[in-house]
Design a protein around this ligand. Sequence first.
Ligand code: ADP
Length: 466
Amino acid sequence: MSLRALKNIRRTIGFRLTLWYSGIFILSTLVVFGLAYFVLSASLKRQDRETIEIKLKELSVLYQTGGKEALEREVNLEKKFEKKIPFFIRLAGQKNKTLFLKIPYQWADFSITELGRKSAGADLRWDWLPSPGNQTALEVASTRLANNYLLQVGKSTEDRENILWHFRRIFIAVILPLILIGFTGGSFLAFRALQPIRHIINTIRSIDIGKMHVRVPSLQTADELEELVSLFNGMVEKIEILINSMRESLDNVAHDLRTPMTRLRGIAEMALRSDHNLSECREALGDCLEESERILTMLNSLMDISEAETGVLNLEKEIVDVSTLIGQVFDIYRYVAEEKDIFINVRVTDQPGIFADPARMRQVLGNLLDNAIKYTHPGGRIDIETSRRQQNMVIRIQDSGVGMPPEELPRIWERLYRGDQSRSQRGLGLGLSLVKAIVEAHEGRIEVVSTHGQGSTFSIYLPLKN
Ligand code: ADP
């Protein structure tokens, strides 16, 4: 592996997490072992001292009652029965002169002349005599007897050093596999914890090369990372819809702007080529204005549809009274209907308000009513009514117009789609796309039922404000 690759690995979160995991694991193991060692060593020491103290007290009582002979007798008896715990025993008289000494052969190396230099009071005094090799030591407790003699009892630390040595060996034998387990466990945990992040990185890489449909696999762990993944997927979904919608809008604009733009250019060219007749120029300018107005309307509608479909349309929602809305729209279109001799019947029952953007809702109702008037023969009829179905407010606009053939119905919501019978009518083929996008942006839906030659019914379902 190259130096650079190693440097890169060192910089990864995975590597750092692994180090942290394994570091903490190993450190806590060391602390546990250290504590256990300390507690064991302290309790062994305490045990040894207790044993020495008991022996010292026992011998001191023996000396007080039976003198030096009693002491010798006891020690000989011990020798005879080979008691397991060998003790160092010394009785020193005036000027620290040894009167009695029992020292097991294995401790013969200890320099016992050191003992007794410091004088003990009536209480206990502890001395520590290291062995020549310094591996073990002789721990000695001294006490002054009533005749001012010094009685000393001691014991080698060899036994407890042995136990501790075994403990240390076990520790060394265990710590190496533990480090390995710590590191492997750390790597595994870091690998698992970072899996969603890796998925996100791979997904971003795929998106970067144009695969917009790729998503991060869901984890089903119900934790923060799953939330991150689902938010990320949601965001990518939105971006994809936005890009597709932009692409579609651009295609539509490019395709549908060509005709009016060519017309606009044609009118301007014709006017330029004419002999500067003022009225002709005025007429041409008027046509240009009309054409550019049409283009502007088309662009605005396309923008609105895109924004509504992608959820970025700014809706200024408030509680809206539907009968007021319908009344306002009716007032705008009543004269157009009257001119065409179409009767509009409004039947609005008292309904609770809906939470909606009133301006956008007027646009929706206006488009539907405009279509109904456009596609209804003179003398026809339009019915507007409201009702309540479960948690929805239903607004129905029914006309007795030309209707639509069944094969046209699924296509009427497409942008720039115009039905066969609409050719003679003004329009851009964007009205229904905008209506649908706005209704859906309000979490509602729109349905149509139409019979060719008999009329159509558009029904809007909008959630009621509870
Ligand atoms: P347009 O500008 O052509 O009216 P729309 O998007 O509003 O565009 O409508 C799309 C097509 O749906 C129309 O061209 C027409 O064929 C059909 N359509 C819409 N409303 C009605 C209606 N009330 N009756 C019959 N056909 C309709």
